[in-house]
Ligand binder design. Sequence first.
Ligand code: NAD
Ligand code: TYD
Length: 342
Amino acid sequence: MKILVTGGAGFIGGNFVHYMVEKYPEDMIVNLDALTYAGNLETCKSVEDANNYKFVKGDIANRDFIFNLFEEEKFDVVINFAAESHVDRSIEDPGIFVQTNVMGTTTLLDACVKYGITRYHQVSTDEVYGDLPLDRPDLFFTEETPLHTSSPYSSSKASADLFVLSYHRTFGLPVSVSRCSNNYGPYHFPEKLIPLMISRALADGSLPVYGNGENVRDWLHVYDHCVAIDLIVRKGRVGEVYNVGGHNERTNLEVVQTILKALDKPESLITYVQDRKGHDMRYAIDPEKLENELGWVPKYNFDTGIQQTIQWYLDNKDWWQNILSGDYQNYFETMYKEKGRV
Ligand code: NAD
Ligand code: TYD
């Protein structure tokens, strides 16, 4: 099979590329990525010379480029990870989220309709369901939970999901959608909570916790997300949505305290800063459909996964220090220092 993976120089796409290149030597993995601020070819370095791997630089929203690529490559399967993915950035500049997440997705879908594929898979997020109240721990997101987005990011992802499902109904395109909870693990860009806190704690910098730190996220190791996507693409039912999550809810404060403890750093580094606008309170996934239909069982729980991840950041300082010394630094200045958050 020839499989197009978009966004494979990013966090989850990069982990997925590693997983697929190693697991399926008989398949060809084509990684298409625009190399935005979040794309980093260093992430794919160890598979660069593999016979079943190829990198192509390009924008999923560039229609001529995408149609030419599909004509040349004749993909069997398309798995779309490419996206603008950071909520804080979507609050600053929503337009690029519409451009990449909505226009990019519909461009890929149009190419799939024209050139034919056996499966188009959309990598989506639990954020399309909005949030749950903290005082109702009995509530979880199921695939039937209504879409009720809070941020420009989640709105663009929900919009893309609706286009994907409409292309199944209208054009008979064989699609699937996965909606996963927050991921963590190797190659996570240090603007997101966990890698940001690890890198700042190692530098003895302040750790900016938004609001009171009581917001809850449901953390899943990126490896388990990759396994789930592979299962859904190969065995999941066409036209279906599958939620992905491992019941690992933690408050942001608990996550930060775990990181500080593992690195033997003092809690005095924690700084409570101005809250995010529209900040979702709690995400929590019910993964029963994926478990019952496809037999998915996560390998990591948060306690084992976070230790493995912290160790990865300790062992791979070059990877994230190169990022911190580049554009990311300007971003940190604008988002935190100029807004008086640190
Ligand atoms: P990321 O920001 O780390 O990576 C995104 C990648 O997409 C980057 O390599 C970037 O260069 C590329 N890209 C951006 N715009 C592009 C364009 N126009 N054309 C081609 N490539 C482009 O994101 P991530 O955290 O790896 O997320 C990947 C996907 O998973 C996203 O669709 C996201 O919505 C979804 N998701 C993420 C999480 C999470 O916790 N990170 C959880 C659930 C779902
Ligand atoms: P993030 O990693 O941006 O993921 P998402 O917003 O998609 O869930 O943030 C995870 C949680 O951590 C979220 O509740 C916001 C919070 N947060 C902080 O408290 N401080 C920070 O510096 C960042 C980046 C996030």
